[in-house]
Design a protein around this ligand. Sequence first.
Ligand code: HDE
Length: 702
Amino acid sequence: MTKKAKATARPASPEERDPQPVNHAAVEPMTTNQGVPMADNQSSLKAGVRGPSLLEDFILREKLTHFDHERIPERVVHARGSAAHGYFECTADLSGLSRAKVFTKGKRTPVFARFSTVAGERGSADCARDARGFAVKFYTEEGNWDLVGNNIPVFFIQDAMKFPDLVHAVKPEPHNGIPQAASAHDTFWDFVSLMPESTHMLMWAMSDRAIPRSLRMMQGFGVHTFRLVDAEGKARLVKFHWTPKAGVHSLVWDEAVKLNGADPDFHRRDLWEAIEAGAYPEWELGLQVFSEEEAAGWSFDVLDATKLVPEELCPVLTVGRMVLDRNPDNFFAETEQVAFCTAHVVPGIDFTNDPLLAGRHHSYHDTQLSRLGGPNFTELPINAPLARVANNQRDGMHRQAVHRGKVAYEPNSLGGGCPFHAGMKGYVSWPAEVEQAPKLRGKPEKFAEHYLQACLFWDSLSAVERVHLEGAFRFELSKVTVPAVRERMIASLRNVDEGLAARLATALGVELPAALPRALDKLPKPEVQCSSALSQTAYPGDGSIATRRVALLVAEGVSAKALRPLAEALAAQGAVPVHVGPLLGAVRADRGELPVDATYENSPSVLFDAVVLPADEASLAALDAHADAVGDFVREQYRHGKAIGVAGGALQVLERWGIALDRKGKTDGRLAGVVDCAADASTFFAAIARHRHPERERLPDW
Ligand code: HDE
């Protein structure tokens, strides 16, 4: 296939696409898959209107047969995903680090990024507590590069050999198929409590990172240590980081649980709507670059995927940005059929001996063979490189390319020796020294230390993040039915934090067990005791409130005086003001009408980042007619720590909805994030941008 033909085989960019796509079905007749125009797509062929259907009906049989085979096997993990097109722009001169053309300063490379939960099935709810996949396919001019990462920088296990066990443990239990998209069950905690190497990842998985507010508001990490190789063949080790411009923000657990019912597609919809609205999600790409020699001196092994490299030890250099600016045209063709693989690399990017990574190179390709039905999945438009493809691989299931000529071997003279080797211009594996050592099944020495970075993570979190993390452990372990498993996990956590373990023991009704013995008698001294970059408070975002959903509560007879200008001001900031009322349509206001875009019934409070309450007497009386719905809405927004704007009145109006603000003459942070938004819109916007006001969560008697 020529380069041009190849390029047009991929979904077209917005510029290439017709600005007003023609609905071909409207102007051309419907046909069978053989191109035969169909006279009737509504009724099957029968012997008389009340007679038997005829086997001869090739139109019915073709339609049903195709339908019967519409589903393909879902991914064994990361089945539930959402994706978008965009570009990566390199903003730094990296020629001294890597020969990869994608790292040429100023170059833009098309990308397709897919975000996913791990454990749930394809139709599971988005806001499950889980790590999120963060996979990016770069269509570079030298071939496709896939950076298949997660939103957490470490992993549960050190060696690929354990992956099927981990996945069997976390997936629904095989006898009854319960629970869906949840790690809160016996087999998961049985497995991880027997695998101390998973403790560090468990700390992340129980943290707020596992319930992101949006796929657009989470970091991404390559997890493994990779290698960059420059034009001279010099190599350096590297870790990849994606940091979102919108900041790193999370839900609270109560919100996530309710969101899974209110909108199981919450994250998918959020990504789709942001892109449709032109608020393109953006991340910075950062690199931690270090040498083998430096790494050799560290207390942990950089080949161990359960460890991260603290930024205090090696800073992150920003080298580019990724912008997602186009939604897929077809979910199945693109989001479902995209096939990532860690072994898809380009010249200038190479591997290390991380034993988890090695297994992944095999596993991803292997899984596509059964998922996508054979070895030609690379020809599907979403997987096809923009770069030219030329080799002697032929045939196989679902082959699209029509190879011409009689030569499909090398060396050849009949085809002029083509295609020929690219030599040093092609992919040359970095000539890593292989140590002379006996074959064995084992692990490097430093892999035996399992707790120090779990402690580092815990010690680096803010107080509120720790409260959330502890709550997550408490919730998950409370769902474990076997007391010995709970005890073993608490025994393991004693090696992370004694207070955490003791509080969990009390909450779970078990005696505090002895700490789990450590594999190492003598612990190495960690280089870093606390790393601010590990707390998500380090990523507040750029202060914008674009795409934040703000509910303006209305009812028949409210005053529009404060609400109308506020809705306009919110929209001007790129936020999404939504008038929530009793019935769709409009409500009568003191000045004309106010629209009702959503109802108390169809849009509960968890779907919003902030709420606006009118506070004048007429409006309060109007809202009183729906006191139950409005009260629930406001109390939940308050309890979840979200910004609350009280339009044009006393903040004490919240007390009307059951929120006690003043205790013994003190408000003690009870008003954090509660703003008179009519008097001071910019303070209200800043409160929304802050995303959450956790001061309110910590109040003892709430
Ligand atoms: Fe995966 N993983 N994984 N994984 N993984 C898959 O590949 C596997 C691991 C990750 O949006 C599967 O195409 C093994 C780490 C993402 O399509 C499968 C091991 C990280 C995605 C597979 C790991 C990931 C997958 C299932 C241990 C973070 C979704 C379907 C050796 C760095 C990509 C598929 C997408 C998907 C195997 C560990 C991330 C079965 C064997 C560590 C983001 O091949």
